[in-house]
Design a protein around this ligand. Structure first.
Ligand code: HEM
Length: 135
């Protein structure tokens, strides 16, 4: 068993990623990239003028989703992500840009390769399920 497989079997993804400070760094990089990179223009356009509230909420959500503190559900209850995203138009382009932006952020903030690949797959499943537009 290699080190990464062993890590996957004994600790939570939250611990594996390096705890709260790493989740914060990942979330910050994600929204900074969304703001900066032309490749994520449509994704950025689906958001309002400021990203502060989204940044804060995604950080809280990810902590719990990765197996760490339940900041998001403590404050807002069940995430109901599909329902909460209904006001935003989400098609293939937005889904793919979200996942690509998150994957780039994971790469740039040093998420271990094995964990990054697993999370990417999970994010893709969730983002695809949130599509509310055909194309
Ligand atoms: C796996 C994929 C995704 C996850 C885990 C995720 C997660 C979240 C979370 C936790 C929130 C905060 C919800 C709340 O309590 O209000 C949020 C808000 C939002 N998400 Fe997503 N999201 C995903 C994909 C997407 C996609 C594909 C879009 C494309 C349009 C999108 C657009 C937004 C917008 C516009 C907001 C509102 C931001 C604000 O409060 O200003 N999300 N998302």
């Amino acid at each position: 068993m290699n080190e990464e497989t062993q890590a996957a079997n004994t600790i939570t993804p939250f611990e594996w990623i390096g705890g709260e400070a790493r989740v914060q760094a990942l979330t910050d990089r994600f929204y900074d990239l969304m703001d900066l990179e032309p490749a994520y223009t449509e994704l950025r356009a689906a958001h309002g003028p400021e990203l502060d509230s989204a940044r804060q909420k995604l950080f809280w959500f990810l902590c719990g989703w990765l197996g760490g503190p339940s900041y998001y559900t403590d404050q807002f209850g069940h995430p109901r992500l599909r329902a909460r995203h209904m006001p935003f138009s989400i098609g293939i382009k937005e889904r793919d840009q979200w996942v690509a932006c998150m994957d780039q952020a994971m790469g740039e903030t040093g998420v271990p390769d094995d964990l990054r690949a697993r999370l990417r797959e999970s994010f893709m499943g969730t983002a695809d399920w949130m599509r509310n537009r055909g194309v």
